[in-house]
Design a protein around this ligand. Structure first.
Ligand code: ATP
Length: 241
């Protein structure tokens, strides 16, 4: 069972008594596919505390993406409980899960998922639409988020006019502009060369230093080296490295 509470040494505000943001107890996930049950997660116990920088590694098919989807309220467990604050996502209705996903969780994907016809600034503004931020405020908050990832001068560029690393920085700005409690990323450096990977790692490390809790799925040990906690997920079971 993993109940370790770890804080980043660099964030004095959360040193010691970091609150638990997400708590999983005996979580399972079984998919039904072609008349067969596929047990993707087999009893996960895990606490994620404020300030954690967690990486999840493991072989293909081990359950990493499934776990990330549950953490992000994109799917619900088959059994067990998954607490986000006072809400058990295993029992919450669609409305509450949607609210938590919109307000509290930021997502970053391997393939950036930017809208090609929108500028970088407009893409970041999209991160505020689901929570109903008025247009005037969206613009200034998006500008600030872009500056935060070092792209303050690229707001009018479209994704096709940016490098892969820059596009991923726009995607990170879009994920954090709403001020989520936790950032989830599935292979955020998977499509990038080493230099761009390091660029993204600097951004992510800086955000964590500023207090953002992060869970990253990665195959890259250079990424995992930056983590405060390294987890391995294999055949639906989790271990702490
Ligand atoms: N929608 C689904 N329907 C049926 N089975 C699924 C579904 N999604 C995932 N699985 C199965 O669940 C198991 C875990 O898959 P998951 O995608 O979580 O693994 P992963 O560790 O993220 O793999 P990878 O590193 O290849 O992305 C695998 O056996 C997979 O085939």
């Amino acid at each position: 069972m993993i109940t370790k509470t770890t804080t980043t040494a660099t964030d004095p505000e959360i040193a010691g008594e970091a609150p638990v943001l997400l708590s999983l107890r005996d979580v399972t996930k079984t998919y039904q596919a072609r008349g067969r049950d596929v047990q993707a997660l087999k009893g996960i116990d895990l606490n994620i505390s404020a300030g954690d920088f967690i990486t999840i590694q493991g072989p293909t098919g081990g359950g990493k993406s499934t776990l990330l989807q549950l953490l992000g309220a994109l799917d619900s467990p088959s059994s067990g409980s998954l607490w986000v604050g006072q809400t058990d996502l295993a029992k919450a209705g669609v409305k509450e899960a949607t609210r938590i996903r919109a307000e509290e969780i930021g997502f970053v994907f391997q393939s950036f998922n930017l809208i090609p016809t929108l500028t970088a600034l407009e893409n970041v503004e999209m991160g505020l639409v689901p929570i109903g931020v008025p247009a005037a405020e969206r613009r200034s908050r998006a500008e600030e988020a872009l500056r935060g990832v070092g792209l303050g001068d690229r707001g009018d560029h479209r994704p096709g006019e940016l490098s892969g690393g820059q596009q991923q920085r726009v995607a990170i700005a879009r994920a954090i502009v709403k001020g989520p409690r936790i950032l989830l990323a599935d292979e955020p450096t998977g499509n990038l060369d080493e230099r761009m990977r390091d660029e993204i790692l600097e951004v992510l490390t800086g955000l964590n230093r500023d207090g953002l809790t992060m869970v990253l799925v990665t195959h890259d040990s250079a990424v995992a080296k930056r983590a405060s906690r390294r987890l391995r997920l294999e055949a639906g079971k989790i271990t702490e490295l």
